[in-house]
Design a protein around this ligand. Sequence first.
Ligand SMILES: Nc1ncnc2c1ncn2[C@@H]1O[C@H](COP(=O)(O)OP(=O)(O)O)[C@@H](O)[C@H]1O
Ligand SMILES: [Mg+2]
Length: 579
Amino acid sequence: MAIFAFDASHSLGKVRAVDTRRVNVQVNTDEDLRKARVGQLVALSLPGAIEEWLIGIIEKVIKTPVLDEQEVLPENSETEEVAAVLPRESVLNTVQLTLVGTVGLTIDNRPRFSRSLVQVPEIDGTCHILRDAQLQAFMNLLSAEGRTDHSLEIGRYTIDENAKAYLDGNKLFQRHASLLGSTGSGKSWTVASVLEQASKLPSANLIVFDLHGEYRELSYARRLRIPGPEELGKTDTSLLFLPYWLLNAEELQAMFIDRSEFSAHNQVMAFQDTVVAEKKKTLEGLKKTEVLNAFTLDSPIPFQISNVLKELERLNTEMVPGSGGKDKQGPFYGQFSRLLVRLNSKVSDKRYGFLFQAPDGEHRYDAMAEMVKRLMDYSEDKAQIKVIDFSEVPADVLPVIVGLVARIIYQVQFWTDRDKRRPMALVCDEAHLYLPKKDGKNPVEQRAIENFEKIAKEGRKYGVALLIVSQRPSDVSSTILSQCNNVIALRLSNGDDQATVKRLMPESLEGLMDTLPILDIGEALVVGDAVLLPSRIRIHPPSEKPLSATVDFWDEWSKKPELPDFAKAVENMRRQNRA
Ligand SMILES: Nc1ncnc2c1ncn2[C@@H]1O[C@H](COP(=O)(O)OP(=O)(O)O)[C@@H](O)[C@H]1O
Ligand SMILES: [Mg+2]
């Protein structure tokens, strides 16, 4: 059976120039040129092959007026006779395309599409437009190839709404992916669409970093939440406290120590010494001999921050015997005053309560293993998708806190027995908020970003994948973005962001990238090894929608609701509790 049956109505023109993947086709008539649209697919015949075609995507459609060099415009061209004998302005119609693969027959005579280019087209070979029955035949082929037992159905192709578009679920996560698009372009819905399908797999393992609480009501997900000020005393199983002792030395210091201070060096030394001493005390109390021999300042071992405060307080006011029997000020006298103020105010601030005011149970030695199980378990009902709501975390520590959770997950994965390790994916929504470009960032943020950069670079070895979601790709760490092998690009209106996405794409697809600002809501360009073809895909809306983070101002202003209790809000502010 023939794969394609082209007739004159499909013919577009003849190949005029070939430059590896780029092909120029000369189109004879304006009428033929009108068949061509950017993004459309074409088939090129191959020399000597009957059932083998190269497939290309139209990148540019150009009509160039060419003036005949010998043409001399007469002084007086009013009479019809004169105009008739003059050489006419001719046009050069060209279509520029990028080759994306080959259609051929398998040994057992089945048509198949592959991304490899077996041959280059020959000059003067015919170029056919793929449309109607021919397009259908090709798209069916594509759908059938794309549909495997590890594929996820993401939507339908824009050029043929009947053809289902599949992503290769292995390849999508194997080498990280990014999902980029302006606000309101459909990122959160796309995430939900992917989560929904993953949730049906018995041991899927995805963790969503939810910055606005958009995914908190998905019925198939386990909900975890970093507690806000008014949730501190509660014992809700969905609350995820992150006791301060989980922070490593850099992260802890970054929270408290101001490097610009004259005594910063002494502060760091004294702080580290007391923390180590406290951790040691814990381990001795628990008789953890093996850990005692190996632990470092960075090890996540519970300790009492109040004891650290007491010790620093002591050093800060210490008097030592001086000459002549009189006491003099100790070596650190007064040096920690500001540090102590900072420490005390952080420790008692309820907004940081999830770090410093966790219930006693969270400070047990075994609490960390229990917390990790809540994060990384996939065996229980709804545990395949875990949504962590970070909406109550203050912005100044957001990168550290998100980075901390990512680091814990990665390290636990690293230290899990190789044969027991299970692949997992971190879905980083609103990544520009905590994975910004590093330059100009303070050391705290840099440290946090490095946690993710490490996962981006080495996660593959240990089965940790990233799905980076952002509306501001130009602000996201380029080290991380450039590690993402698959890009799902929704509508992007900002020029810098478009340029960033273009840089992530193969050079030959520039024409396709030019459609970024005109994509419909929920429509995406998908490029990478998870799709057979770089394609424009209309993404299926998820059946359970994420909550919208957008406020409809005008609609709200059109109502006449009761006034909020401002006095109560002011009082809430003072007592740091909304309840
Ligand atoms: N795949 C889609 N199909 C149809 N409409 C969509 C789709 N994705 C998003 N939308 C519409 O766009 C709105 C914004 O989508 P959302 O995913 O919240 O955008 P983003 O996360 O990019 O800001 C949704 O409320 C919905 O009305
Ligand atoms: Mg969103």
